[in-house]
Design a binder for this molecule. Structure first.
Ligand SMILES: NC(=O)c1ccc[n+]([C@@H]2O[C@H](COP(=O)([O-])OP(=O)(O)OC[C@H]3O[C@@H](n4cnc5c(N)ncnc54)[C@H](O)[C@@H]3O)[C@@H](O)[C@H]2O)c1
Length: 380
């Protein structure tokens, strides 16, 4: 188990530091993280390890070159880094039992909409059965006290309306990716009721929540079909960026925003248990639900050399046009707030990219950005 806290420390935490990530909480905690070879997982491993957490990662090998896992030396920051497949229950269960974690954060997924149209079976197998397997593995580990299951804002039935979605709204998802994440939410809710019920909490001792965030941006993302990686690749090769839906509006946020939400939520689940069970939205402030065109124009302004975009007239599969989250619950009950504006997020990406291009130490710049994020206030 992690370092014990005195009752006084616990009180200080609950009174003074709501809504903040507490390094003293994470120091010595054993965290089982799926998806550590990916974009969000790489950032989270850097953050957790900088606070002294003992991270066991479990994921497939990175599937792009370059990738954040290698660029930031993520394996070396883990206590154990397993290259494994969450579709294989036995391997996953063995790795989790070996790690005997206090906290599980499940982020591994097939996360791309376009890829899900081409590979629906793989997408459902990873995102739905993978989630079942993570929950099964938790059932076999008596040490786990808290689990955060990461899904997406796309899990909601999208009504293309102007209001933000609340956690209580129906699950849906048009394309296989979005729908598989809606299914993963239902799986988590079913396991919580069936095997980790609130009535039986004294017996099983596990609190479980799911976390839904929007489009995430930050340094170190090389995924296919994502706006910022596509833009940087185009700008670096001197070509205009081709944009499919310039008017599509998304809740853009720097990767540190949802990660801080997951950490604050995990702290609350661990410290206060089932009171924090359920679903949580972690989106940006309303002002940062902006069109693709606006985001790209901000990036072009900060890029510094010739960069441009053009509309791509090619037919594209259906994607949601308007989507935003209502984050009142996280603000009210977890005191979590988005801190960085879109402008600040883009500035951080350009800084990260500059360090990467000059073969600098990207894990250091990540730690600096994490510190700057922690010291910033609401929407700097
Ligand atoms: N990036 C975003 O904009 C965004 C937005 C909302 C939600 N999310 C969610 O956040 C999570 C992380 O996304 P990301 O952007 O870091 O994606 P990513 O593609 O960079 O990383 C995905 C991770 O999952 C792992 N993975 C995939 N299939 C696996 C399998 N079968 N077994 C084991 N590991 C497997 C990969 O190896 C990788 O570590 C995902 O659950 C995604 O759906 C991402």
């Amino acid at each position: 188990m992690g370092q014990r806290q005195s009752p006084l420390e616990k009180l200080a935490m609950s009174l003074n530091m709501r809504g903040q990530v507490h390094p003293q909480f994470w120091s010595g905690k054993k965290v089982f993280l799926t998806g550590h070879t990916g974009f969000k997982g790489g950032w989270l491993t850097v953050w957790l390890s900088s606070m002294g957490a003992k991270v066991t990662g479990f994921s497939l090998a990175p599937n792009t070159t370059p990738n954040l896992f290698e660029a930031a030396g993520v394996a070396a920051l883990c206590k154990q880094s397993h290259i494994g497949d969450i579709r294989n229950l036995d391997d996953l269960r063995n790795a989790m039992q070996l790690a005997s974690p206090d906290i599980v954060i499940h982020m591994a997924a097939q996360p791309l909409v376009r890829y899900s149209y081409a590979n629906p079976v793989e997408t459902y197998a990873t995102n739905v059965m993978g989630t079942v397997h993570v929950l099964e593995a938790i059932r076999s580990c008596s040490c786990v006290k808290a689990a955060v299951m990461v899904t997406t804002d796309k899990c909601y039935e999208n009504k293309e309306w102007v209001w933000g979605y609340r956690e209580s709204e129906p699950m849906g998802g048009y394309d296989p990716y979005s729908n598989s994440k809606g299914c993963a939410e239902l799986v988590t809710a079913s396991y919580r009721q069936s095997f980790f019920s609130e009535k039986e909490y004294a017996k099983h001792g596990v609190a479980i929540a799911s976390a839904r965030a929007g489009n995430v941006i930050g340094g170190g993302d090389w995924s296919a079909d994502r706006l910022i990686p596509d833009a940087i690749a185009a700008f670096e090769s001197g070509l205009p960026l081709m944009i499919r839906n310039p008017l599509a509006t998304r809740p853009w946020q720097h990767v540190l925003e949802p990660l801080s939400g997951y950490l604050v939520l995990a702290q609350a689940l661990y410290e206060q248990g089932i009171a924090f069970n359920g679903a949580w939205n972690f989106g940006p402030n309303d002002a940062d639900a902006r069109s693709v065109q606006e985001v790209i124009e901000l990036l072009i302004n900060q890029w510094g050399s010739a960069a441009s975009w053009q509309q791509d007239g090619q037919p594209a599969p259906h994607e949601a046009h308007f989507l935003k989250l209502d984050c009142s619950k996280a603000r009210q009950e977890l005191a979590w707030n988005a801190r960085w504006s879109l402008e600040k997020a883009i500035e951080a990406i350009v800084q990260w990219q500059g360090v990467f291009q000059s073969s600098g130490d990207v894990s250091s710049v990540m730690r600096e950005q994490i510190q700057a994020y922690e010291h910033s206030h609401k929407s700097d």
